[in-house]
Design a protein around this ligand. Structure first.
Ligand code: PMP
Length: 345
């Protein structure tokens, strides 16, 4: 018997970056400098009773912690199972099936994926040659939801403040600004969340070192937040994740900032070494570096054989093949550089 599966789902591949077990894994831009102390404490002290009951519906305690960290009101905050979930809910909240969602190209691979899953029309708009967003191109799509990632994954490059302001001023609908890497960047645009048509999404998976707990959030006008929460539904953040994330946001901001600073210093050393090998690097404000390199997938495969996992991309718009190398403690970078030198030979 053939089941009546959705025809539009037939060609959707599962999200599957190469996750071969490697001693050094620089493939996902997480914090490789350890676990925030408050998270370890919560793990030790949390009573088992937390496990058998539902958490509070829409993560009210976590909203308060995010609000304190972001300097906004809890009514301006929504949370989710990672910012993947926040982005997914935002797409469903503001775009009807069949309508367009616009985003810069290249950007976070989940955007084309979530567009397909939600039956939306993806409208990718190439980055400009200087890696800024193409505001007129994004506006010309007429999309009711425009997604901009800055610093952008996978390029590490940023959108300029002027371009962002012009986009927000002129957009016919909602602008979703993904600041997953804001804690590493020179400039944050969280203040734009005060506008009536802007949501700023962030995560605890990167600088805060809690990727395994799956906590993301967005800040915006309460009217927008209420719409996102309709799409989100209750209980998206587990009780343990909520407690841990709240503790980390209240207690470990200094820990996070110190690790982020360390990561940036290492990134500068890494960039110098890569350039010393004659490689090009894109200007980055994130905790990773993009290296345009023809044949990057094969190079990454040879690096994996040498126990180092970096992310490879093929045929990126305007860039071509490229490696994306995350930053961790320097011994990991040395291992990566050794593997890269050998892989390039
Ligand atoms: N946005 C960007 C730009 C990312 O790189 C990532 C992580 N790969 C996410 C969102 C999602 O992060 P999470 O779901 O772990 O919060």
């Amino acid at each position: 018997m053939s089941l009546p599966l959705r025809p539009s789902f037939r060609d959707i591949p599962l999200y599957s970056p190469s996750k071969v077990k490697c001693g050094v894994d620089l493939s996902d831009n997480t914090n490789l400098f350890g676990v925030p102390p408050a998270a370890e404490r919560v793990l030790r002290e949390t009573a088992a009773s937390l496990l058998s009951r539902y958490p509070v519906g829409y993560s009210q305690d976590l909203k308060k912690a995010v609000a304190a960290y972001a300097g906004v009101e809890p009514s301006q905050v929504t949370t989710g199972c990672g910012s993947d979930d926040v982005i997914d809910s935002t797409l469903r909240a503001f775009v009807e099936p069949g309508e367009a969602v616009a985003f810069q190209d290249p950007t976070f691979v989940m955007l084309p994926y979530l567009s397909k899953v939600n039956a939306l029309r993806a409208a990718p708009v190439p980055l400009k040659p200087d890696f800024d967003i193409d505001v007129d191109g994004l506006l010309a799509t007429g999309a009711k939801l425009i997604y901009v990632c800055t610093p952008n994954n996978p390029t590490g490059t940023v959108a300029s403040r002027g371009a962002l302001e012009r986009l927000v001023d002129k957009a016919p609908g909602v602008v979703l600004l993904d600041e997953a890497y804001a804690e590493f960047a020179r400039e944050s645009h969280l203040d734009l969340a005060a506008r009536p048509n802007v949501l700023v999404a962030r995560t605890l998976s990167k600088a805060f070192g809690l990727a395994g707990m799956r906590v993301g959030y967005a800040v915006g006008h309460p009217t927008l937040i209420a719409e996102v929460e309709k799409a989100r539904g209750p209980y998206k953040v587990t009780g343990l994740s909520e407690r841990m994330a709240a503790a980390v946001l209240f207690e470990d901001v200094a820990w996070m900032k110190a690790r982020a600073a360390e990561s940036l210093a290492i990134r500068e050393r890494l960039v110098a070494e890569l350039q010393g090998l004659g490689l090009k690097t894109l200007p980055t404000e994130a905790n990773f570096v993009m290296v345009p390199l023809p044949g990057a997938p094969a190079v990454a495969e040879r690096m994996r054989q040498r126990d180092v996992n970096v992310r490879a991309f093929q045929g990126l718009t305007g860039i071509g093949d490229a490696l994306r190398i995350g930053c961790g403690p320097w011994p990991m970078m040395e291992a990566a550089l050794t593997a890269l030198r050998e892989a390039l030979r």
